[in-house]
Design a protein around this ligand. Sequence first.
Ligand code: IDP
Ligand code: MG
Length: 156
Amino acid sequence: MGEEKNGLEETFVMIKPDGVQRCIVGKIIQRFEQKGLKIKGLKMYRMTTKEAEEHYAEHKDKNFYKNLVSFITSGPVVSMVIEGKGAVSIVRSMVGKTDPKDAASGTIRGDYGIDLGRNVIHASDSHESAKREIEQHFSKKEMINYRRIDEDWLYE
Ligand code: IDP
Ligand code: MG
């Protein structure tokens, strides 16, 4: 997990309750598929408060923490483990800046969001958080190793 020898990395992505309610799950998944990233795990679930507090532990002293936990538990989320060369930083750049008003057009937050507290998607910000978040949200059994048919055309 995180950074591996051949540059292959795994990262964690979660479409937040606003993205699910606004029915853009398919469009978001398609972006990752078309980029050439491999989806190794995919599921929908509703987080408990305890799970949300663990996921956002780094923000526990911030003034937005309570709202963040209550929002992320307000409905189902769709989470993925995504693999690819440089996946952690590629996915972060596809997601865009935290505040959708600053996120560039062409990024997920830039194209689908307006407000900071409704920014559609979460993505791991480093190899360490990717490892921690994958372990928190996915069991080994929920992650599949397989070959994409186009791998020879995606990687030199
Ligand atoms: P990130 O999601 O881009 O990694 P973080 O700083 O880790 O951004 O913040 C986690 C989440 O908390 C953000 O995605 C956003 O939903 C929310 N958030 C961050 N800063 C604020 C704020 O100042 N007010 C309200 N919500 C915030
Ligand atoms: Mg973050």
